[in-house]
Design a protein around this ligand. Sequence first.
Ligand SMILES: Nc1ncnc2c1ncn2[C@@H]1O[C@H](COP(=O)(O)OP(=O)(O)OP(=O)(O)O)[C@@H](O)[C@H]1O
Length: 354
Amino acid sequence: MPPARRDGSGDRAPVVSVRGLWKVFGPKADRVPDTPELCGLSRRDLMDRTGCTAAVRDVSFDVSPGEVFVVMGLSGSGKSTLVRCLTRLIEPTTGEIVFEGEDIRAADEKRLRELRRHKFSMVFQHFGLLPHRRVLDNVSYGLEIRGTGRAERTRRAQEVVELVGLAGYEHSYPDQLSGGMQQRVGLARALAGDPDVLFFDEPFSALDPLIRRDMQNEVIRLHHEVGKTMVFITHDLSEALKLGDRILIMRDGRMVQCGTGDELVGAPADDYVKEFVRDVPRSHVLTLRWIMRPVRPEDALDGPELGPDVVVREATSAVLAADRPLKVVEEGKLLGIVGNEEILAVVAGTGGGE
Ligand SMILES: Nc1ncnc2c1ncn2[C@@H]1O[C@H](COP(=O)(O)OP(=O)(O)OP(=O)(O)O)[C@@H](O)[C@H]1O
């Protein structure tokens, strides 16, 4: 059972709110979500019966301001289709998408263009840079389309080029840069217009592992610095756990679970998620909240104190060093106790959650 915790979705109104979203490709796609019998069919049976593919099936979630929201799933699970529906790069079949209180599905072409220029930015796996433009001009391209004057767009482009660590490369062409640096240009371009939401579609999949790790750290750093809301697609669980405040796991177009990393690891919704998170080191993800036990009468209560959201790995040495159990305290209230036994169980991969 998941323990009571802060709600990862935050208290403020969501930036993006999605309800009952479907995207069906194929003939007479509209009838699929409206026909209960078809909704229940497997991918294969639906294709045989109707010639349609339901890429996104009845998905609902909210993204909070400033959150890094990760959509994760294997190839073909519907991640890209889902995220493209949010900005209507792909037209949803049915369902509701509200962005900052506005019904996105009701937006006309003109409004959609405005939203894409001013409110949304995308970072793609294949960079999408203009080969004949130098770094600075690639970064300022979106501002140019918006009609921003040359001096202002150069100033802003220079600012974000520095922000992503590309100072000194302003006048290089994309093919003079490594893959990681090209993706930094992609990041700078996405940030230049000061969007409200950044959408990342597997941005680091083409990079080799060390560069990929650098770029993940770069996203974490940028997120701390600029605090943007981010929606990030990946098929890589460790990337999802590293970056995501919350993670939505998709399978065959459906949402299997949506939660924080520790919720996925501590309380997987089904065997599919359980299998996915099987090899995650539990002590790196679970927090004390997941492993604490109720106080017993014989417990010494003069041990060290830590908050419930401290990750087990970070608490391990404090617990093992103290000869008294650690108290898990939140807002002055004693929630539970963690002793050597609880720590060792989680390190051994057996304790905490299910
Ligand atoms: N334009 C299209 N027409 C028909 N079927 C499509 C179309 N686009 C996607 N699909 C199908 O929808 C399903 C979901 O595809 P999608 O690309 O969203 O998955 P994904 O999880 O992003 O996969 P990947 O990681 O491989 O990009 C797949 O079965 C795909 O074949």
